[in-house]
Ligand binder design. Structure first.
Ligand code: GDP
Ligand code: IMO
Ligand code: MG
Length: 428
């Protein structure tokens, strides 16, 4: 199974980092293909606890290389800081990390524009991570972006930066009535980054093609989740990239036929950070209990995550768009202390049963979840490593999720550490 994609099935934070760290034992390389440092992937293993934002999560395996594909937007300052932080924790990336020369860069003015646009939206704010991701992808689509390779040709970069920044600074000053970003400051940053980024930037696609060609395992690490996809998510409450399988293809230059397995990672319940529709959201004590038990606070921003029940309408839609070959269910252990667990099986809209996820946010806001109730289980699932040792109630819950999603659950995660994993069927 040379190419395996690990994708977020819901609204992000499903535990992709943990799963990639587990599967990377066999991988030649782990690759990011979309998003930027809006991602926060937590990896806990014998070397420590790592909060990764741009560096792929397989990197704790000493023979695993990390690559950042063309579809990712890279803030060089954030990347270099992350690399330094990892070195302090004992993970040396020297010669093991490659960033595509085609990656667009998140520049200081993107971060400023992100913050100003959010503030201007008032109570309509999207709740972005404030990392400049939307403005960086906007510039990419507008064909005024700066790419990693441009750092090594500073002479032709300067006049381009001057033009782009005069455009952005006009908006900052005239629309947002705020302080412009200094061109000298940005040029200074680019000069600093150029020398340190030089050994990190190269032709990622060749490294990936060579690995695939020689039958080595390539593990793709999704960021965000299906419901935050720019096209398929709950627009406009989405991120500005494609965390779905199509994004994996364009974000690394892979062919559709390259994918051998596509894993959809789902939490045993749901969470969402930031604004936007979330039909199964809990506003009661159970929601607070799950948030506290599971420490549901954003890895990147520290914001409390919104918590709700598992939504199988979302799971079916997510499976349809991504063509999952298996599902990975994480955080089952978080439900251990609950007496009653609910699954949303469909929605109700004006008295009609809706099985398919609506395209319009306005329609979605009128839908109500239809639930099935499950009694809790009497012994913990935390740390269980064999399917036979799951309590009967937990097994029934997992089987019902599988039935409703229409895809086999082949891996179940029962804790944040590598060994706290049940492999029902081998996925790589
Ligand atoms: P990602 O963005 O998809 O990589 O997920 P995050 O790292 O943002 O959030 C997932 C959180 O759940 C992290 O703190 C993980 O350490 C933790 N985690 C992952 N799998 C499990 C699990 O099965 N059980 C528990 N209790 N925690 C888990
Ligand atoms: P990982 O990879 C959860 C959300 C933000 C906001 C929306 C847009 O850790 O799963 P952006 O900064 O991307 O413009 O914000 O997307 N968001 C995430 N939510 N996990 C993430 O990444 C996220 N990355 C972005 O909260 O609602
Ligand atoms: Mg996360």
């Amino acid at each position: 199974m040379p190419v395996c994609a690990v994708l977020g099935g819901q609204w992000g934070d499903e535990g992709k980092g943990k799963i990639v760290d587990v599967l990377a034992e066999k991988a030649h390389l782990t690759a990011r293909f979309s998003g930027g440092n809006n991602a926060g992937h937590t990896v806990k293993n014998p070397y420590g606890t790592f909060k990764l934002h741009l560096v792929p999560s397989g990197i704790c395996w000493p023979d695993c290389m990390g690559v950042i594909g063309n579809g990712v937007v890279v803030d060089p300052g954030a990347l270099l800081e992350e690399i330094d932080g990892l070195k302090e924790l004992g993970i040396d990336l020297e010669g093991r990390l490659l960033v595509s020369d085609r990656c667009h860069l998140v520049m200081p003015y993107h971060v400023v524009l992100d913050e100003l646009a959010e503030a201007a939206r008032g109570d309509q704010a999207l709740g972005t991570t404030g990392k400049g991701i939307g403005p960086a992808y906007t510039d990419k689509a507008a064909r005024i972006g700066i790419r990693a390779a441009d750092l090594f040709d500073l002479e032709s970069l300067y006049p381009r930066l001057e033009r782009v920044m005069s455009h952005h600074n006009a908006i900052i000053e005239k629309v947002y009535e705020s302080t412009p970003v200094s061109l000298e400051y940005v040029i200074g940053r680019c000069e600093d980054w150029a020398s340190r980024m030089r050994p990190l930037v190269g032709a990622v696609e060749h490294v990936v093609y060579d690995a695939i060609g020689s039958g080595k395992m390539v593990l793709l690490e999704g960021a965000q989740g299906m419901m935050l996809d720019l096209d398929h998510g709950t627009y406009p409450y989405v991120t500005s990239s494609h965390p779905t399988i199509g994004g994996a293809s364009t974000g690394l230059g892979l062919l559709p036929r390259d994918f051998d397995s596509i894993l959809g990672v789902f939490k045993a319940y749901s969470t969402r950070v930031g604004s936007g529709p979330f039909l199964t959201e809990l506003f009661d004590d159970t929601g607070d209990l799950i948030r506290e038990l599971a420490e549901e606070f954003g890895t990147t921003t520290g914001r409390p995550r919104r918590v709700g029940w598992f939504d199988s309408v979302v799971a079916r839609y997510s499976s349809r768009v991504n063509g999952y070959t298996s599902l990975v269910l994480t955080r089952l252990d978080v439900l251990d202390s609950l007496d009653n667990i609910r699954i949303c099986v469909a929605y109700e809209l004006d008295g009609e049963r809706v099985e398919d996820f609506p395209g319009s946010v306005a329609v979605l806001q009128k839908c109500k979840p239809i639930y099935e109730d499950f009694p809790g289980w009497d012994s913990p699932t935390a740390g269980v490593t064999e399917i036979e040792n799951l309590p009967e109630g937990a097994l029934r819950y997992v089987q019902r999720l599988e039935e409703l999603a229409g895809v086999r659950i082949d891996v179940i995660s029962t804790g944040p550490y590598r060994h706290e994993t049940i492999t029902v069927r081998q996925v790589v």
